[in-house]
Design a protein around this ligand. Sequence first.
Ligand SMILES: [Zn+2]
Length: 207
Amino acid sequence: MIGPPASGKGTQARRIADKLGLRYLSTGALLREHMENGTAIGRMAGPILNHGGYLPDSCMCEIVEQWLENSGKGWILDGFPRSQAQADFLQQWLGERSQKLDAAVFLKAPIEILKDRIEGRVECPGCRWSGGRAELTGGACPECGEMAETRGDDTLENFLSRHQAYENYAKPLVESYLQAGILCACDATRPRDEVTGQLLAALKSLS
Ligand SMILES: [Zn+2]
């Protein structure tokens, strides 16, 4: 999943994973879990993520590799790759196993709309569901019922910093996946059911 912060990558990735029977990794959610549990990775990631930064490529590749090794075939990655080095790592990892990427999903949305979304975004500490405050029932997560919270890293400052980083890394990645003939681009400002429908149709046409 490639897209700017708050473009709905997590929501769409979960939906597609459900529909297609795939495993789903949100590197952001995984790192926040590490932070809450106070692991070594979490202690290193905390100060970086809380300032709207991203972890170094070597570190991200290691975390994702660990997850991939335990996940078998068939998954969606959200938050990775986020640089050419990470994309190269993924390509190589797959190549060594005679596998390949079937699709790269690109969610497009203008920055003004994303800014508004950031302000209303909440996440569930139980199941890592993420969405808008309006989707909660009395503050509870629609998936598991635990009380959802504002994400600690959801400040306007962090958003702007991440959006800038996104603009730097995404363009070449999108270009290379387009060249490879596996890009599914979608207008992420459409209602989310419509986006899901469009993505599923686009993925089907690729396979
Ligand atoms: Zn939940």
